[in-house]
Design a protein around this ligand. Structure first.
Ligand code: NAI
Length: 459
């Protein structure tokens, strides 16, 4: 079976870039990405490619090539479902904030709504592909909804989790380590394999049963996050023993069994996925009464929380145990460089901690808007929106943030921070001039020679 029309429900950080690349590489397949969010769809359709709702290096070129040719963005969900042979579900699956499993389980309400809508609209057979990250065995529930509420047509469910990393989404999609497809029906699997085979070598396309595929995505994120928490735990030990965490990383990373990647200590991991997916894994383990398994993975989250608050505490303690009324400049707010995504960013939690101590924070991030920053702080509910606006200022010129500051905190590893005129910055700052480098980004030697008091994690 040759796929001619693909629809993707959800035009977010995953749906947008993945479908753009699928369309780019399959010019004969018509790809339509739909979303309920009208503003988001309008931004995907904007003539000015610098205004796409997702910032990813190289994404503007891919969208520019395929959009209008065989890539379309629309809010007409029903029409797109009706016309497609294959429907990807790429909606958000956040941690539940209510009821059973609150704070741990994945909230599947958006997934279920999609399934019900597909069932109601579909008048011909469809292959439904889980692109969202889902708890293991969700395909069973999806199938039941589709079969019991549908119009008697056949649905085949595939699991095709996405492994792209934000900030490098386009290169990851162009050159994936592997593509994973789980399913039961050989013909449906082969149809999706053919879509990817347009640019991914066959040996990198792995096929498994549905449950292995669903579970593998949760496990991949758990293992990645576990490495970050492991090296972050060691960073604290380094600080009290005189060891240097970068040297330890290099020493252990050269062991081919360990490997060098993902061993950089930092203020803690963020992003929409790691925490949510581990919490989900923990929840699933507990529902099967596997408490030792759940406790083991939960530590990865607890250590990450500890790392964020430890960084804030370090700032307060070093600044003579008070930051009240002091101006602290934040360099970066996004959860990592080269993205405008701030979900679960460490910056939010470090800011919240310092604001509790009545610090004044000035934020500069090259890609994140003031509106988003206030939204992130207001969402915590720690203080009123007015208080957040009184204590936090957001600027579009980094030098404005740094001028007159008592301290600088580096929260995101944006490359541009390294190239700043640190001599001029030093002159404008209060003395002693503190730099707290949560990303181990800046050059200690250079800053110390200029007279900064420089603190980096794990040194
Ligand atoms: P997102 O929040 O950026 O995008 C989801 C979109 O779905 C939103 O625009 C929302 O309006 C739309 N939506 C929700 N319900 C809808 C409905 N019923 N009909 C039409 N549109 C609907 O989320 P993101 O980051 O793209 O994540 C999507 C899934 O992919 C999640 O399950 C996530 O865990 C997974 N994932 C995310 C990665 C990432 O780096 N962000 C990487 C790999 C997987």
């Amino acid at each position: 079976m040759k796929i001619k029309k693909i629809t993707c429900i959800g035009a977010g950080y995953v749906g947008g870039p993945t479908m753009s690349v699928i369309a780019q590489k399959n010019p004969n397949v018509e790809v339509t990405v739909v979303d309920l969010n009208e503003a988001r769809i309008a931004a995907w359709n904007d003539d000015d490619l610098s205004l796409l709702p997702v910032y990813e290096p190289g994404l503007d070129a891919v969208v520019g090539e395929a959009r209008g040719r065989n890539l379309f963005f629309s809010t007409d969900v029903d029409k797109a479902i009706d016309e497609a042979d294959m429907i990807f579900i790429s909606v958000n699956t956040p941690t539940k904030t209510y009821g059973k499993g609150k704070g741990q389980a994945a909230d599947l309400k958006y997934i279920e709504l999609c399934a019900r809508q597909i069932a109601a609209v579909a008048k011909s057979d469809k292959i439904v592909v889980e692109k969202s990250t889902l708890p293991v065995r969700t395909a069973e529930a999806l199938k039941s909804i589709l079969d019991n509420t549908g119009n008697g047509v056949n649905f085949h469910i595939l699991s095709n989790p996405e492994f792209l990393a934000e900030g490098t989404a386009v290169t990851d999609l162009h050159n994936p380590d592997r593509v994973l497809i789980g399913g039961e029906d050989a013909e449906a699997i082969e149809a999706l394999v053919q879509v990817y085979e347009a640019w991914v070598p066959r040996e990198r396309i792995l096929t498994t049963n549905l449950w292995s595929s669903e579970l593998s995505k949760l496990v991949a994120n758990a293992f990645l996050a576990q490495r970050v928490s492991s090296i972050n735990a060691i960073s604290e030990l380094c600080e009290v023993t005189g060891a240097n965490v970068d040297e330890v990383s290099r020493a252990i990373g050269q062991d081919s069994r360990i490997g060098a990647k993902f061993l950089k200590a930092s203020v803690g991991f963020g992003g929409s996925c790691f925490q949510k997916d581990i919490l989900n894994l923990v929840y699933i383990a507990r529902t099967y009464n596997l408490h030792a398994v759940a406790d083991y993975w939960e530590q990865v989250i607890l250590l990450n929380d500890h790392q964020k608050s430890r960084f804030a505490e370090k700032i307060i303690k070093t600044m003579y145990n008070t930051v009240n009324g002091k101006q602290i400049a934040f360099l970066g707010w996004a959860f990592k460089k080269d993205t405008n995504d701030t979900r679960e960013s460490a910056a939010i939690y470090v800011a919240d901690h310092l604001l509790e101590e009545e610090a004044n924070i000035i934020v500069y991030d090259p890609k994140v808007s003031a509106e988003q920053i206030y939204k992130d702080l207001d969402y915590l509910g720690t203080r009123s929106p007015e208080e957040n606006r009184r204590l936090v200022k957001v600027v579009t010129d980094p030098y404005e943030a740094l001028d007159g500051a008592h301290a600088i905190a580096v929260l995101t590893e944006w490359d541009e921070f390294k190239g700043y005129d640190w001599e001029t910055i030093k002159e404008g700052m209060k003395r002693p001039s503190f730099v707290f480098d949560g990303r181990k980004l800046l050059d200690r030697k250079q800053l110390e020679e200029l007279g900064f008091s420089y603190y980096a994690i794990g040194e």
